[in-house]
Ligand binder design. Sequence first.
Ligand code: M6R
Length: 628
Amino acid sequence: MCGIVGYIGKNEAAPILLEGLKRLEYRGYDSAGIAVINSAGVKCIKSVGRVKKLEKLLLKKKIGSNIGIAHTRWATHGKPSIANAHPHFTTHKNIFVVHNGIIENYQELKDQLKKKGHKFVTDTDSEVIAHLIEDCYHPTRKDSDDKPKGHFEKAVKAALKKIIGAYGLAIICRDEPDKIVAARYGSPLLIGIGKKEKIIASDAAAVIGRTKKVIYLEDGEIAVINGSKIKVSNIYSAKGSEASGKSIKKKINTITWGQDEISKAGYNHFMAKEIHEAPEVIINSTRGRCIAARSLAKLGGLESVKKELKNISRLIIVACGTARNAGLVGEYMIEEAAGIPVEVEYASEFRYRGPIVNKNTAVMAISQSGETADTLAAIKEAKKQDALTLGIVNVVGSSITRETDAGVYNHIGPEIAVASTKAYISEIIILALLTVFLGKTHKNMSAKKAKEILYEIEKLPKKVQSIFGQEQIIKKIARKYKRSDNFLYLGRKYNYPTALEGALKLKEISYIHAEGHPTGEMKHGPIAMIEPDFPSVFITPKDSVYEKNISGIEEVKARDGKIICIATQGDKKISKLADDVIYIPKTIEMLTPILAALPLHLLAYYIGVGKGYNVDKPRNLAKSVTVE
Ligand code: M6R
């Protein structure tokens, strides 16, 4: 998804902006651009493709400048092209803007501005912001280059009040070359505070090479960064009238992870590194929280709402993609072991279906990035209806963590690969802890049961490690099936979500069509696809639905389909039925999705690599989806 970097300080801006863009590459993008400002004016250079290409173009130019903005674009309005890449600017090349988010009323604004003589050269919604600011800055200017009449900050505020939509913005103005204006509404933005420099960014990854001290802007805030000064104020007043312009005192936060955590540590891809981090991921997600000897799941982040949690009669989980798949595992866990009704919603659907929520409902977001626009919007909707809002989020200080009443952090360091793998493992682990936490708060779980679950969680890091011993087998299976055009993934109960996750990951990384279904649903439609050699992946650990899965396998076998199974170590029956088997260690039923997910993540990884794709940055995908 789009990335923003801005620089103002004592150093040469362009190399620092490029470095920041490189650190945002993992988010996915299709074009990039930079604009730096000096006494001669503004130099703006853009390119389609990788940041390296932009760097080459920049090396050819000598631009001395200490202020600039830069962007990686992920197309929403208009195809990837040099014109559509950011920064966008006005006809007079006075205002330059980089934007994340979507302007919903851009067409209406564009039509109005065109009538006033503004000339548009892109297909984007973002371009309208530059023109709108220019219009507020200098309402009478036509094509002449007369003296400025505006006030940059005021013009930005006035323009933003006319905009409907979401934005994270960094803006420079040729006529006021000593500052950057940044603003946020619905799209994350922070300001890194370095030694005699400030770095504006949409993601902390862009600043950690230079500083760990950051200020997070909240929705509706605007910052003017001028030399060493940062002034933050409100764009909108509470009643929609002119905001006072009074400075807001902002807290300086410290980022707790470092550059090492965003290196590949010897792996060929971040995705491989992150899958292999599973044992530490489990240890870090459970540290201080899983106290088996005392039958205790300690979730400090939920202590402040423990009383409210005692009174909830229903939990709704809102999430997208992989995070939603984890939520589905949580639904089975919490209903079966903690006795609380749970529903899992696509976050993107939640607010549009008029959800019935009240103060006895807890709405919990699951999100690795904490910035997914759909999930954030669902939480805002739940808040409007007085629900208790919770989060399971990895990125500390992200929007969802600030919007929710309470929550639990994953504590697994940054996830860089676009495909979410280690976050999935951690989210399920935290949901297992939450199951114990809720089961006990609601007095629906005995100490014995809690102890059993927690002891099993403690054993998981070793069990997970042993799965990597089968990597050669997984590679072989990947080679065997990488040319298949379609895959089915099937599982029941706890591993129905695993089937969804396996299919999602394969689609994302290898671009092979894959569908996940509950095994029992196969005969109601998907079975029509089975023909000789069509591969079906069955997730069949020895659990309460084992025999039911076996029937599904028989049905595929009867049609000469190929069968790949994820099975429990020592299961001899499966080895006779399946063409290929990947074994996972034995654990209690509710924790099998953690062990079963790893081979499926690895299978997707090796098929993607085998097909020669860039598995860390799959086409058309973005790491954090900050648009609706
Ligand atoms: O940051 P989030 O966990 O909120 O992201 C949710 C989805 O966008 C994400 O899981 C997506 O499905 C990944 N590409 C899956 O690998």
